[in-house]
Design a protein around this ligand. Structure first.
Ligand code: FES
Length: 149
């Protein structure tokens, strides 16, 4: 068994009713849900693999594809768009070398475009690993990203 998964299962006492929390913890460790880990969970929790996949695909927060250590969500919604979100997104794409929906080859960053992050007055906005950065210029967005290891 994956050595990082056993402590997670122990934390939840191998109880299948904690499947979502277990998947969240697995994703926090691996940044996505590896197929082989899902198979291990299926065996350890006695849950059919199809059920695990249906939960993993239902919640947008889960990813079945490898993801970078840092998840960047750039808002391209209307309010952010009129304040220059497209330029910010283009600057980020140039800086990290990937487009929305992609992960870089070092598995450092994954980039996503969002339609609204719920804080339009702060636009343009991006969220990196859950942390909001508002009133962005391209230069400010790039500076923020350079602070991530
Ligand atoms: S449109 Fe960007 S936060 Fe709402």
């Amino acid at each position: 068994m994956d050595e990082q998964v056993r402590p997670i299962l122990e934390k939840y006492q191998y109880k299948k009713e904690f499947l979502i929390s277990i998947l969240q913890d697995v994703q926090a460790v691996h940044y996505y849900l590896p197929k082989e880990v899902l198979e291990q969970l299926s065996q350890a929790l006695q849950i059919p693999i199809s059920k695990i996949y249906s939960v993993a695909t239902f919640f947008k927060a889960f990813s079945l594809e490898p993801r970078g250590r840092h998840l960047i969500n750039v808002c391209v919604g209307t309010a952010c768009h009129v304040r220059g979100a497209v330029r910010v997104m283009e600057g980020i794409e140039r800086e990290i070398g990937i487009g929305p929906g992609e992960t870089d080859s070092d598995l450092k960053f994954s980039l996503e475009a969002a339609n609204c992050l719920g804080c339009c007055a702060l636009g343009p906005v991006m969220v990196v690993d859950g942390e909001y950065h508002g009133k962005l210029s391209t230069a400010k967005a790039v500076e923020v990203l350079r602070g991530y290891e």
